[in-house]
Design a binder for this molecule. Structure first.
Ligand SMILES: C[S@@+](CC[C@H](N)C(=O)[O-])C[C@H]1O[C@@H](n2cnc3c(N)ncnc32)[C@H](O)[C@@H]1O
Length: 242
């Protein structure tokens, strides 16, 4: 009797093992009424997923409006040249000669009281004034604010010889030839199509593409105006020595 029970038990065990292979998954659990959200696995960068829409990149932060920080000159140093403003009629003529419009980024190197950058912004351009004299920086920032042009004009308190002009389409200068010459390296990296307009003084070894007379008309009874000239150069400008 006992041996019969053992045999019967062995048969039952053998049958149940045969009906339940090791590779078969365990029975599924009853679905939960609120299944937890499972994050999709990160796709491998090398895995091909042709039928899946490409993952969107997170939006990039907007580009700063100007590559120059408003910064300070450290250590402070004296200007290479004193301030003398270009007469308003000459400023307008410089911007006209350079065909400044809303697509332009105008840099005035040695921007003084801000008159050139303000006039450029009034033509719709974005403008950067680079000025080393802290008093003129303060005065020109105030003038920009008074004109309501802070969204389009930056006054950078910087030494102009350290400024990257990569995004400039127009550069204006009212400096002496020796200073213009020292800017040749920076100006040689201007993008093709950029214009450089210089008031009265150009470069010692570079002929302008065109020269314009910008002498204001004489006023009866007033002393005759001194002559003014505007010199136009077009990028690419060769670096000095080429
Ligand atoms: C003749 S003013 C021209 C002002 C203005 N661009 C205009 O046409 O009316 C020259 C300006 O260059 C500034 N300056 C001189 N050396 C400088 C330098 N290394 N970096 C920046 N500005 C400088 C002077 O302070 C001055 O305001």
């Amino acid at each position: 009797m006992e041996s019969l029970r053992i045999i019967a038990l062995a048969v039952v065990v053998a049958v149940s093992v045969a009906a339940c292979p090791a590779s078969e998954p365990p029975p599924a659990a009853a679905p939960s009424p609120t299944p937890p959200e499972v994050a999709a696995p990160e796709p491998s960068p090398t895995a091909a997923a042709p039928d899946r829409a490409p993952r969107k990149r997170p939006p990039r932060p907007p580009r700063p409006t100007t590559p120059v920080s408003s910064g300070v000159v450290d250590p402070p140093r004296a200007p290479d040249l004193g301030f003398e403003g270009s007469p308003p009629a000459v400023v307008e003529r410089m911007l006209e000669v350079a065909e400044v419009g809303p697509d332009d980024v105008v840099y005035d190197l040695g921007s003084g009281d801000g008159r050139v950058v303000i006039a450029a912004a009034r033509r719709g351009a974005r403008a950067v004034g680079v000025e080393i004299d802290p008093e003129l920086v303060r005065a020109s920032r105030a003038a920009v604010a008074a004109a309501g042009l802070e969204d389009r004009v930056t006054i950078a308190q910087r030494d102009m010889f350290t400024v990257d002009l990569a995004d400039a389409t127009v550069v204006t200068l009212y400096l002496i030839p020796a200073l213009n010459d020292r800017l040749r390296g920076q100006l040689s990296r201007l993008p093709a199509g950029a214009r450089v307009v210089a008031h009265d003084f150009g470069f010692s070894e570079l002929a302008p593409a065109a020269t314009f007379d910008a002498t204001p008309p004489s006023t009866p009874g007033a002393p005759p105006p001194r002559p003014h000239a505007i010199l136009l150069y077009r990028a690419p400008l060769p670096p000095a020595g080429d």
